[in-house]
Design a binder for this molecule. Structure first.
Ligand SMILES: NC(=O)c1ccc[n+]([C@@H]2O[C@H](COP(=O)([O-])OP(=O)(O)OC[C@H]3O[C@@H](n4cnc5c(N)ncnc54)[C@H](OP(=O)(O)O)[C@@H]3O)[C@@H](O)[C@H]2O)c1
Length: 246
């Protein structure tokens, strides 16, 4: 795992630090010499074993909490990496639709709240605080199933549509922010199929060797961030660095 394309003493924020992948990203970045501080943001308090890590509350249902976290995380230095690892596929009330007849407005609203609107609020409040003098990366975990051109199986209407919307938000924000910050890359990342509670009910269909540990996926995603430049802004990349068509 290399971070040599970034400056030293980096200031980092991870949103969704309580999740399977977000937690690993925090742990791995905290072990890196060139990372000075990590703001780990989530709804419920998490404990990390590093003095570099500071926890702050963030809940997409309260925009104030997103704004306050962005101000606090950028108080002493601009942000070099913002990593958004939040997402929703299923919970006690919703599960991905197999057919049109399962489409439900409330499930759609929840999926869009967590997968699209929440990350848009993070863009609104965090992007102005990215480092303008050195390479910085703002990335959001999307999903390959959010690609319209890569959709061969159908189903999963709310999740697919909310991730496609997220990809559009990334592209749109990348255009606006490039006028103000020439050094930032705004990108969406697909982590592969990763062994977390999000994928757990669907893992029986995953081919052998294709279910990644959060450790492996996070190492790959950090390598992808290291290789990104401002020319990649607005695009979607998989865990192995391959670009995914929208
Ligand atoms: N795992 C996979 O196979 C896979 C595949 C493709 C894409 N992805 C994407 O990767 C990302 C991370 O997935 P994961 O597997 O790590 O999932 P996870 O373990 O379920 O983590 C999801 C994170 O989202 C947060 N979150 C949910 N609702 C929220 C809200 N209303 N406000 C703020 N935070 C909220 C959760 O916080 P709480 O702890 O507070 O609920 C948690 O930190 C997601 O965007 C997912 O779509 C995952």
């Amino acid at each position: 795992m290399k971070l040599c394309s970034f400056k030293k003493d980096m200031n980092v924020a991870v949103i969704g630090a309580s999740g399977g992948i977000g937690n690993q990203i925090v742990e791995q970045l905290a072990r890196h010499d060139s990372v000075k501080t990590i703001y780990a943001l989530s709804r419920s308090q998490t404990s990390f074993s590093s003095e570099k890590v500071k926890w702050l509350p963030l809940d997409y249902s309260q925009e104030d909490s997103v704004e306050a976290a962005a101000s606090q995380a950028s108080l002493s230095a601009p942000l070099d990496i913002v990593f958004v690892a939040t997402g929703l596929l299923h919970n006690d009330d919703i599960s991905p639709e197999k057919s049109l007849k399962e489409i439900d407005p409330q499930s759609f609203a929840k999926a869009f709240h967590v997968n699209s609107t929440g990350p848009a609020l993070v863009m609104k409040h965090f992007l102005p605080h990215m480092n303008k003098d050195a390479k910085s990366v703002f990335c959001v975990l999307s999903a390959r199933v959010g690609s319209i051109s890569d959709n061969y199986l159908g189903g999963w209407y709310a999740y697919r549509a909310s991730k496609a919307a997220l990809n559009m938000l990334i592209k749109t924000a990348s255009i606006e922010i490039a006028r103000k910050n020439k050094h930032v890359c705004v990108a969406a990342l697909h982590p592969g199929t990763v062994d977390t509670q999000l994928s757990e009910p669907f893992q029986s269909h995953v081919p052998e060797g294709k279910l990644f540990t959060p450790e492996y996926s996070s190492t790959c995603l950090i390598d992808v961030m290291n290789n990104l430049t401002h020319k990649d802004s607005g695009k979607i990349f998989a865990w192995d660095g391959q670009e995914i068509a929208p």
